[in-house]
Structure formats: structure tokens, C-alpha cells
Design a protein around this ligand. Structure first.
Ligand code: ATP
Length: 512
């Protein structure tokens, strides 16, 4: 196989896809219904739509992970049929998933070349090819660097390089900017423009309408499993896109009047966390949240925010003291912390938030089994749990065939809505929200923002961790920046821009 990264700069542009009449059914749901899309070769094509609209299913079909029940796919006019991603790669389709799949303890070269040794081996030829691709598209990657030393933006470039190395001329990206700060988004878009200029076709899913208008040549809107329209990024507005997607106006996280009191709810004093190799994951964290206050934490992914949350939740043990409403909770386990009224929206919903192979109503009980409505004299009250799950499904607009459906069968955004609904239930006093709107559509985002604002009005304290800087600025009363496990700055959301925050988050460098 020739590497299609070597596609001639001025040769015929290839990589067009025609999707016709694609239908994919799951039990109780038609995920894709008679989908037609034309993806022009050499363009950046955005796919947008509300949660559960069928975007991921369509991408998985194009990448050979799912098989359609009906319909055809043609690449450059030739009908294709995929049984696995290997078949998709053979015709030049590669996909970069939202969760990176790199081995931290291996080099860039090893991550890229392992599993594809038959192309360029694992030695100098592979190294040369990586350098060639990296130079051609301005990736700036060193093949011998260990992946654990790379920032999030660089890791993403390794993933893209990996698919280019395998000959992809059509690259599918699933919400590629969700974890990036503004400066990294700019760098990614420069890379994508370079790729487009050399004849690659890019297909990506995003919920961020600004970015779509910035980068896309074509936009397809999906709703309830089918394509409902195209939009022209040259003339469309964000508002029109939001209306096409969710049928309502664009929300914005507007600041509301302060409800901050001087009652301290959560207090961290000199909290340190050190890993097995003696490195500080958290260094001397002093942090206070008052009743009625939203404290925002800004940071590039991997700078200690996950460890901070896990330490507050008792999932990791550091040094220093943690107090909840004047009660020392440093020695409490996770369950005791939850029972004391901490709601927890975890960053990794698959690892900490859900039992994927259990029905929604059991997921409602998860972590809340010792409290109402689940607990009845030490036993699980199934009827009450089910009724409350039904309430969450309605209040939070979780799109599901039923409360008996397994969590795995929900779209990513709908899984998130279920977790947010569960964690906001049961009268929490403190809410730890890590990326609460990640992967949710603009309509659901507005609802979750409303729920957080209401929590604040009711006197809860909220620790909000988010990579969406507009969200942090719009919802927080104060924003602290975390870098390499340390709080390195505090900003007033009233007079800080996403660019200022992005800069503080990367220690003043433009790209991480
Ligand atoms: N493996 C599966 N089993 C059952 N149902 C599924 C499965 N995968 C997806 N679905 C259902 O198909 C529909 C479309 O889901 P899909 O993940 O494609 O939506 P999406 O547009 O990508 O949503 P999101 O923006 O929330 O990621 C949803 O109703 C979902 O519940």
C-alpha cells in the first residue's frame, strides 16, 4: 500500500464519499434512517446534530465498526462494503476517536508504527516516513519522544499522523476540539487546512458552532436519525445552525447576579498528591468554595484537574486537609463523602459514571444506593428508583426507548444527561462537575447550565471543571488556573477572555 500522505499536490483530488439510503436499526431505535450525504473530495465537512441524532453511528458505519442494514456507500464512485476498520483503511478511510488510544510509555514512532510494520518496518524507514508526514503538515513531532511527555494537542497530532501513515486520505474526527484550549484549536485547524490543501478530505463531528463556521466547507445537519439539511458556512449564522439542529434558539451562559455567601462549604488546605515515582500530581492546593458560589477550574487536560477531583471525592489519598461545611472529611471514603451531600459528575463517564451493561434505572441507583429514593430499610426500592429514573429522563430530556434500556445503547450526550440528572438529585450541598456539558448538544447544554445556575441560587457550592472556556467564564464566580498540579492564577470572569485563560493554562506559551 502506498502512503496516500504522498498524494500528489496537484493531481486529481480524490476522497469523495456518497452515502445513499443508509439505515441502521438497534433494538427499539432507528439510529440512521435513509441517510443521504455527499462529501466532496478535498473538503472539510462538518456533521452536526442534537444528541442521539445518529452522527456517531454514521461515522462508525463509514469506518467499518458498524454494518448498515440498508443503503450503499461509494468512495470515489466505487461502491464499498466494510466488515471491519481494516477494510475502511484499505480504501483510505481513517478515524481519530475522542478518547486517544496511545500508549504513554512508548515513543511516537512506536505508537505510530506498531501494528503497521509491513508498511515501513519499525526502524529508520518508519522514522523517516513519520518525519516526512510531520514536516509536510506542520505537526512538529519528534518520532523518538515518549508520548507521556506530550501535551493534549500533540497527542492528537500523533493520532492523526497514525492514520495518515496508514494511507488515509479521508480522515474522520469525532469531536476533535472538545479537549483543546483555543490556541490548540487554532493549531489543529491550521493542520486541517494543510491537509485539505494537499487533497485530503476531512469529516468531523462537532457541537461547537463557532468552530464549524470557521473551518467547514460544507455542513450537514442530522436530526432524529436522518439528514435534515445542509448549511453554507459562508452565509449561515450560529443561530440558524442551532435552530436546524435542535429546533430552538442558541443559548449563552449569561452571568447572573452573585449569590456568593461568606459561608465556607469546601476547604482544601495544603493538599498534595504524589505518584509512585515521587512526582507531584497536586502541589500545595489551597482552595475554598462558599455556599452559592461556582468556582471554575481552567487547565489543559492532564494538569491535575482529574487528580484534584478524585482527591476531593476520596478516590485518591493525598496529604493536607479537606473540610466540608466545617467537618473534616480527609479520612472519609468516597461513599461517606457522597452521603454527606457531594454530587459528582465525573470526567470519564464510562469508568466512573455508568455501568454500561446495566439498565438506566440501575444506573440511577449507582452511588446512591444508601439514600432515598433507592434505599428502603437497607434494601433497594426498585419501584421508587424506577419512578425517579423516569423523572430524570423527562426533566433532563434523556432520549431512550425506556428506563430498562442499557446505558451502553444511549448516545454519548444522552449518557451524560442521565449522569447530570442523577447527581443533581438527592439534595446535594456541593456539586463537583467535571466537563458537565462535554458531548451534549446546544439544547441540552442550555438545560445543564440552567440546572447549575439553579443549584447556585439554592446555595450549593459548585466546583466546575471545563475545557469550554466560554462556559467557565459564563458560569463561574471565580476562575482558578491549574498548571502542572498547581494553582497558578485566579481570574475574575467579568474581565477575562478565553484567550487570556488559554495563555495562563499553557504557562504563557501559545501552544501546549
Ligand atoms: N450499540 C447501540 N445499541 C443500541 N442503540 C444504540 C447503539 N448505538 C447507538 N444507539 C442509539 O442510536 C441512536 C443514535 O446514536 P448516536 O450515538 O449515533 O448519536 P449521536 O448523534 O452521535 O449523539 P451524541 O451527540 O449524543 O454523541 C441513539 O438513539 C442511540 O441510543
Amino acid at each position: 500500500m502506498t502512503s496516500l500522505a504522498t498524494a500528489p499536490e496537484h493531481g486529481p483530488v480524490t476522497g469523495g464519499i456518497d452515502v445513499r439510503g443508509i439505515t441502521k436499526r438497534f433494538p427499539g431505535v432507528v439510529a440512521n434512517k435513509d441517510v443521504d450525504i455527499t462529501i466532496r473530495p478535498g473538503t472539510v465537512h462538518a456533521l452536526i446534530g442534537e444528541n442521539g441524532a445518529g452522527k456517531s453511528t454514521l461515522m462508525k458505519i463509514l469506518y467499518g465498526v458498524q454494518k448498515p442494514d440498508e443503503g450503499t456507500i461509494a468512495v470515489d464512485g466505487t461502491t464499498v462494503s466494510f466488515s471491519s476498520p481494516t477494510d475502511a483503511i484499505k480504501v483510505g478511510i481513517g478515524m481519530v476517536f475522542q478518547h486517544f488510544m496511545l500508549a504513554d510509555n512508548l515513543t511516537v514512532l512506536e505508537n505510530v508504527a506498531l501494528g503497521a510494520e509491513k508498511l515501513f518496518g519499525i526502524g529508520d524507514a518508519a522514522r523517516a516516513e513519520i518525519v516526512r508526514i510531520s514536516d509536510a503538515y506542520g505537526f512538529g513531532l519528534d518520532p523518538d519522544e515518549l508520548v507521556e511527555h506530550l501535551g493534549v494537542g500533540q497527542r492528537q497530532r500523533v493520532e492523526i499522523l497514525k492514520v495518515l501513515y496508514r494511507g488515509a486520505r479521508i480522515i474522520i474526527l469525532d469531536e476533535p476540539t472538545a479537549v483543546l484550549v483555543p490556541q490548540e484549536v487554532d493549531a489543529l485547524f491550521d493542520n486541517l487546512r494543510e491537509l485539505r490543501a494537499s487533497g485530503h478530505t476531512i469529516l468531523f463531528i462537532s457541537h461547537k458552532l463557532d468552530e464549524i463556521l470557521d473551518i467547514a466547507d460544507d455542513i450537514t445537519v442530522m436530526r432524529r436519525g436522518t439528514t435534515v439539511g445542509e448549511a453554507d458556512p459562508k452565509t449561515a449564522t450560529k443561530r440558524q445552525l442551532a435552530e436546524l439542529m435542535v429546533g430552538s434558539e442558541l443559548p449563552s451562559p449569561e452571568t447572573e447576579e452573585s449569590t456568593v455567601t461568606d459561608v465556607v462549604l469546601l476547604d482544601l488546605d495544603h493538599v498534595n498528591l504524589v505518584d509512585a515515582r515521587g512526582r507531584h500530581l497536586l502541589r500545595d492546593i489551597d482552595l475554598t468554595i462558599h455556599k452559592g458560589e461556582v468556582l471554575g477550574i481552567a487547565g489543559v487536560e492532564g494538569n491535575g484537574q482529574a487528580e484534584l477531583v478524585e482527591t476531593i471525592m476520596g478516590m485518591r489519598k493525598g496529604t493536607g486537609t479537606i473540610t466540608l461545611a466545617d467537618r473534616p472529611m480527609t479520612d472519609w471514603g468516597t461513599r461517606a463523602r457522597r452521603e454527606a451531600g457531594i454530587g459528582f459528575i465525573p470526567e470519564d463517564r464510562h469508568r466512573h459514571g455508568l455501568l454500561l451493561d446495566a439498565p438506566l434505572w440501575e444506573n440511577r441507583v449507582l452511588g446512591h444506593q444508601t439514600r432515598r429514593p433507592a434505599d428502603k430499610h437497607g434494601l433497594i426500592d426498585r419501584a421508587a428508583s424506577k419512578a425517579d429514573t423516569q423523572r430524570i429522563v423527562e426533566d433532563y430530556d434523556v432520549r431512550t426507548p425506556s428506563i430498562n434500556t442499557h446505558a451502553r445503547a444511549l448516545s454519548g450526550g444522552n449518557q451524560q444527561k442521565l449522569i447530570v440528572g442523577r447527581e443533581m438529585s438527592g439534595d446535594p450541598v456541593l456539586l463537583i462537575a467535571a466537563h458537565p456539558t462535554r458531548g451534549v448538544d446546544v439544547g441540552a447544554q442550555a438545560d445543564i447550565w440552567d440546572h447549575i445556575k439553579r443549584a447556585r441560587r439554592l446555595g450549593l457550592g459548585v466546583l466546575l471543571i471545563s475545557a469550554d472556556l466560554d462556559e467557565l467564564i459564563g458560569l463561574s464566580d471565580r476562575i482558578q488556573v491549574i498548571l502542572r498540579g498547581e494553582i497558578v492564577g485566579e481570574f475574575d470572569p467579568q474581565d477575562v477572555t478565553p484567550q487570556d485563560l488559554g495563555s495562563a493554562m499553557t504557562g504563557g506559551k501559545d501552544t501546549a
